[in-house]
Design a protein around this ligand. Sequence first.
Ligand SMILES: C[S@@+](CC[C@H](N)C(=O)[O-])C[C@H]1O[C@@H](n2cnc3c(N)ncnc32)[C@H](O)[C@@H]1O
Length: 216
Amino acid sequence: MRADAECHGHAKPLRMISSAADDAPIALDLLPDWRALLGDRAGRLEVEMGSGHGGYALAFAHERPERALVAIEQRLKFADRLRARAEHRGYANLVVLQGDARLLAARLFRAGSLAAVHLHFPDPWWKRRHHRRRLVDDGMARLIFGLLARGGLLDLRSDVERYAAEALDRLEAIGFLNEAGRGRFAERAPDEIPSTREKRYLATGQAVWRVRLRKP
Ligand SMILES: C[S@@+](CC[C@H](N)C(=O)[O-])C[C@H]1O[C@@H](n2cnc3c(N)ncnc32)[C@H](O)[C@@H]1O
């Protein structure tokens, strides 16, 4: 990802960013003003991609009032329902957005600005023709790496060992540090908030594969 200094033809030069030479550039000055929306909490912003029914997002907002979470969910019904519940409970530290996280992420956050990215049980899209819908492909892995601040956390959980192992390989290859040791899955942290789907697995004992990586 590169940022160019200016774009001519505007009264005020815009800073532009593009992920590859042939991508349409994104004007950085048009990113949301998270500080105006969330105050000091914007300094350590976290993002959940694919929040589904929102068990993680709602518990996060309740248990971590000093932090802020942006939950991105592509299904309109899920996103609307989660936003309504967050508003009803008066959570000022949770922003719910509907859309494809792969398209939105680079348009919402500055490079090096995120404290954490959470990806819980992303759909594995087994069929080869569906692979392009996968959340953690090479492009997305690089984008997340670029958006995280130094020391920022990537928290990926999956119920599919092969998917988690492939993602782990890919993420370590682009430079993430694995606190559990290279190629190893993480243990469940005692203070970890479960997602909606994970609560079911915790109840039934079904295995969950955890990838917890840091940007060095
Ligand atoms: C299997 S569900 C898991 C939901 C939740 N994270 C949990 O653990 O309960 C996957 C969710 O990711 C959403 N999703 C899939 N691809 C997405 C994308 N590119 N952008 C945003 N959401 C996405 C789906 O709509 C679905 O709600």
